[in-house]
Design a protein around this ligand. Structure first.
Ligand SMILES: C[S@@+](CC[C@H](N)C(=O)[O-])C[C@H]1O[C@@H](n2cnc3c(N)ncnc32)[C@H](O)[C@@H]1O
Ligand SMILES: [Zn+2]
Length: 283
């Protein structure tokens, strides 16, 4: 799939365009980036990134949880936001912090003429991303550096529970392109926060998001989405394991607390799906 999106990518060393030649992406100046056996390409240079992203265990828990369908209303809401935010051109979509690519795949299913790039700093994520969808390519890169994407070539950028870099998103989105962002509200997974001491969502997160995007983007649509999930102990374990709390809880403490829960256990998902565009004056 890299062949179809290579025209959107840029060399992380010099910024030139990249072509896929044999099993490498190569720029006109000869900088070359091998495609890994598992199908993803690493477009990082210079000093090692201080971020490693999600571990193989976190990615595996995330895949199990999402594939059980509990977040389907959210996956569908993201696909609808992308369809409604279309620019008329064939969609060229980038998901930053894409994890295993479930959201990107759902969006590509909803938009048959679209192609996508999933970008993540985690190699275990990239291995899964490379297999996420026939029209998706997988790139390992750091959201906090220059994105390895050409200027103004994308119609959509997605950031789902993931870090975002407003200046770089501004550089890569086309004039009337859209940024679709999902952030948790302070009610998200509230029952588990109480019981398992999971990391609490900062309830000013959505507000702060607006502040960090202000000046470059304005919010044109906002949907608050809340639904209940009936979860087995295994689902709860995956849900804890796929998030930041996985790093704070001991394995023993986690399994004892989960074993004590009723089954199924009812948990609230509560998020905001926001769509941003550049203010009309700067398009
Ligand atoms: C909470 S997960 C969300 C994954 C996916 N969007 C989903 O909802 O299934 C956040 C993702 O951001 C990635 N990430 C964290 N820091 C990053 C960085 N500096 N650059 C790129 N990706 C990063 C992690 O590896 C992880 O896959
Ligand atoms: Zn180059």
């Amino acid at each position: 799939m890299l062949a179809e999106v290579s025209g959107l990518l840029s060399c992380p060393q010099c910024g030139d365009g990249l072509d896929l030649i044999d099993r490498a992406l190569v720029c006109a100046r000869g900088h070359s980036f091998d495609v890994a056996r598992q199908g993803y390409v690493t477009l990082l240079t210079g000093t090692a990134s201080k971020f490693t992203g999600d571990s193989a265990e976190m990615i595996s828990a995330r895949c199990d949880f999402l594939e059980a369908g509990h977040f389907d209303p959210l996956l569908d809401a993201v696909a609808v936001a992308c369809r409604d935010g279309g620019t008329g051109a064939d969609p060229q979509i980038l998901e930053i912090g894409a994890g295993a690519g479930h959201y990107l795949a759902r969006v590509l299913d909803a938009l048959p003429s679209a192609r996508g790039i999933g970008l993540d700093i985690s190699k275990p994520a990239a291995r899964r991303l490379a297999r996420a969808h026939p029209r998706a390519a997988a790139v390992v890169a750091d959201v906090w550096r220059q994105l390895p994407v050409r200027d103004r070539v994308l119609t959509h950028v997605l950031s789902i529970f993931a870090p975002r870099n407003a200046a770089e998103i501004d550089r890569v989105l086309c004039d009337d392109g859209v940024l679709v962002v999902v952030t948790p509200t302070d009610r998200h997974l509230g029952e588990l926060v109480e019981l398992l001491g999971m990391v609490r969502v900062d309830d000013r997160k959505t507000e702060r998001l607006g502040e960090t995007l202000a000046g470059r983007f304005e919010r044109v649509h906002r949907t608050r989405l809340e639904f209940r999930m009936a979860l087995s102990h295994r689902d709860v374990d995956n849900l804890v394991g796929m998030g930041p709390s996985a790093r704070h809880l001991t394995t023993e403490g986690r399994s004892t607390a989960i074993a004590a829960l009723p089954e199924p256990f009812s948990v609230t998902a509560s998020v905001v799906v926001s769509t941003y565009r550049r203010p009309s004056t700067s398009r």
